[in-house]
Design a protein around this ligand. Structure first.
Ligand SMILES: Nc1ncnc2c1ncn2[C@@H]1O[C@H](COP(=O)(O)OP(=O)(O)OP(=O)(O)O)[C@@H](O)[C@H]1O
Ligand SMILES: [Mg+2]
Length: 634
């Protein structure tokens, strides 16, 4: 395959379509990654891969690993024994004398050949069983290893598109590759053992036969390696288009987009895009298939030719009487055995090489991802704090060109309701996420009673914060789990949390109450409305017994009654907690202890409602605008 990336889907000017908005996909750094796929690089890495595979196997099932390996070795020994015994059989059968005598003379060797064949079959069946038990465990272990890391890395990692792409690659192919590399490693060992057995047998028969045997394998090995490398490079080249077409496929089939797709009549637009992008991948696959047919054919032809040469050499040895007929007969058998073992070995090495490239993706990702884990921290944060101080905090999202927060300083005192207001994109949710310790400031710090959160254990801090997120998750679980989440399930607490935003009314209508599944993909489930989901999300925040509660637009989808209930609940029940409240409905924050106004990532004004209304500024403007909308005649 040509080693230049295919034309970018975005710049496909020949499609004949008018200029359509596209998803603006990015390519991986192809040249750099392709360089790592060179055979010499991989050959050098192969021992490390095998070592890694064996370690994985050992951790997943030490007993099965040892059993698989030792049974395969024993099976190889019986292959050699069978081959050597064959010479005895042939020598006895080809000796001079009456046939019954010759058969009788061959009998002990024949029994040995038969016994060795039975033992070899039984041993390799047992080894296969142990291997079959091992592989699923390896896969599970690798997936666990991956999810352990992905669930703990800092949230900012997800905003780094390159990192996210590596994650997708590791998850999509890397974990399956681990299982395959383990299986290939066992196959390499098996094939190598039986090849070694046959090679020993052949060398015992005549030392010249062994190098000849290697010659037959070379063309096949060359072809196999080339095919694998081309396939991997094609996969690399098309990472962008495959990613793009998977996204388009989702847009065309996912329930979330189904309504919009229809109401905006986007079918043809999306289908055309899909066809265009998928077409690039299809063409790359076809080009690869064409190229690989030629490579394989050349390899097979070369191997065939080399095999012919080996048999001619054998004939010449026989003709020159350098080899007795019985030995030549065994040699033919041994050559066949070793040819098939060598062929298996080549395929296993080759598959290990190809899957090893994916496993390397996975291992590299894991290595990088581990550097994104929060450092272990011994500093305790106070469970109940007196103040939280935000000191000169600035923050830019990874890849962002503008800071989302600039030199923000403010103080939250225990028991206060602190409101953050500002126009869209002014940095309210970002500040909320920093307060929830989901992101760390680029400069400045956040202190809980003097303890810098950067030095504290992230999990422990988060355990003290309840978040009602603006873009809250709709967990595909029951209503109960959606509120209780990973907390202790307590009926009284659940009732109180449910009353805070009218979630109890929602649950009362559900066919199975709290135990109703809230995802249409499951049987007997129920689909909630946007506002009903928001009530669930609000109750989540109320359920968590945390001294700091952050409510980011908690009422944007609520009806007037639920909104009233919620803000009443915040005023009445949150007095022992500190509340950070973000809302565009300014009437709801009139009673906040302090209001901070954010503009372009900066705090431009702070004070109570009355103080802010008493002076010119964004808050007063926005408030009056909303009030006017209510006051204006219908
Ligand atoms: N994950 C992200 N990656 C990159 N930039 C982001 C991300 N989230 C937000 N931003 C950017 O940071 C800025 C502040 O966003 P933020 O979500 O904090 O605004 P907001 O005040 O909460 O707005 P809204 O009222 O619309 O909720 C915006 O310019 C936004 O584009
Ligand atoms: Mg926001």
């Amino acid at each position: 395959m040509d080693e230049t990336p295919p034309a970018d889907a975005e710049s496909d000017a020949e499609s004949g379509n008018e200029v359509l908005p596209t998803l603006n996909m990015r390519w991986v750094d192809y040249a750099e990654t392709a360089a790592t796929a060179r055979f010499t690089v991989v050959a050098r890495r192969l021992p490390a891969l095998i070592h890694h595979a064996l370690r994985l196997a050992w951790r997943a099932g030490p007993a099965d690993t040892v059993t698989t390996m030792s049974l395969n070795l024993m099976s190889g020994a019986f292959t050699a024994l069978g081959l050597l015994a064959t010479t005895g059989v042939l020598a006895a059968l080809l000796a001079a004398g009456p046939t019954p005598d010759r058969v009788r003379a061959a009998l002990p060797s024949l029994l040995l050949v038969g016994g060795a064949a039975v033992a070899q079959s039984l041993l390799s069946a047992a080894a296969g069983w142990a291997q079959a038990r091992l592989e699923p465990r390896v896969q599970q272990q690798v997936e666990m290893e991956l999810y352990e890391v992905t669930s703990r890395i800092d949230l900012a990692s997800y905003d780094d598109s390159e990192f996210y792409e590596a994650l997708m690659r590791a998850e999509g192919r890397g974990s399956a590759a681990a299982e395959q590399v383990v299986s290939d490693t066992v196959d390499i060992l098996t094939a190598a053992t039986s090849f070694a057995a046959a090679a020993i047998a052949i060398t015992t028969l005549h030392p010249l036969l062994l190098p000849l045997l290697f010659v037959t394998a070379l063309p096949e090995a060359w072809a196999a390696v080339h095919v694998a490398r081309s396939r991997y490079l094609m996969m690399l080249e098309t990472v962008g288009v495959r990613y793009h077409s998977a996204i388009l496929g989702r847009l065309l089939s996912d329930q979330w987009y189904a309504g919009d797709l229809r109401s905006h009549t986007m079918q043809d637009f999306l289908l055309t895009q899909y066809q265009r992008v998928a077409g690039i991948y299809r063409d790359a696959q076809l080009a690869l298939a064409r190229k690989n047919v030629v490579t394989r054919l050349s390899g097979d032809a070369g191997s065939g030719l080399a095999s012919g040469l080996v048999y001619i050499a054998l004939g010449l040895l026989l003709a020159a009487s350098w080899l007795p007929l019985a030995v030549a007969g065994t040699a033919v058998l041994a050559i066949r055995t070793s040819r098939s073992a060598l062929s298996n070995l080549i395929h296993a090495v080759n598959s290990c090489y190809e899957e090893g490239l994916y496993l390397t993706d996975y291992m590299t990702f894991l290595e990088t991802a581990r550097t994104h884990l929060p450092p272990p921290a011994a500093v305790e944060v106070p469970g109940r704090f007196a103040t939280i101080a935000v000191e000169d905090v600035s923050f830019t999202y990874p890849g962002g060109d503008q800071p989302a927060l600039r030199d923000v300083s403010l103080t939250l005192s225990a028991g206060q309701i602190v409101a953050l207001v500002g126009e869209n994109g002014s940095g309210k949710s970002t500040l909320a996420k920093l307060l929830a310790h989901l992101y760390a400031p680029d400069s400045g710090c956040i202190r809980w009673d003097g303890v810098d959160l950067a030095t504290a254990d992230a999990q422990a801090v988060r355990a003290h914060v309840a978040v009602i997120a603006q873009d809250h998750a709709h967990w595909p679980m029951t209503a109960r789990v959606n509120v209780v989440l990973a907390e202790h399930d307590d009926a009284g607490r659940l009732d109180r949390a449910a009353a805070s935003a009218g979630t109890d009314e929602v649950v009362a209508e559900l066919p199975r109450g709290w135990d109703t599944m809230l995802d249409r993909r499951f049987k007997d489930s129920h689909q909630l409305s946007g506002g009903q989901w928001q009530r669930i999300a609000v109750s989540r925040g109320f359920y968590r017994d945390a001294p700091l509660i952050i409510c980011d637009e908690p009422s944007s989808n609520l009806d007037a009654r639920a909104e009233h209930t919620l803000f009443e609940a915040i005023r009445r029940h949150m007095r022992e907690r500190t509340v950070v409240l973000i809302t565009h409905r300014l009437a709801n924050i009139r009673h906040a202890d302090v209001i901070h106004v954010l503009e372009h990532g900066k705090v431009t004004a702070s004070g109570t409602h009355d103080e802010l209304m008493a002076r010119e500024g964004t808050y007063r403007d926005l408030y009056l605008l909303q009030a006017a909308a209510y006051d204006s005649p219908a």
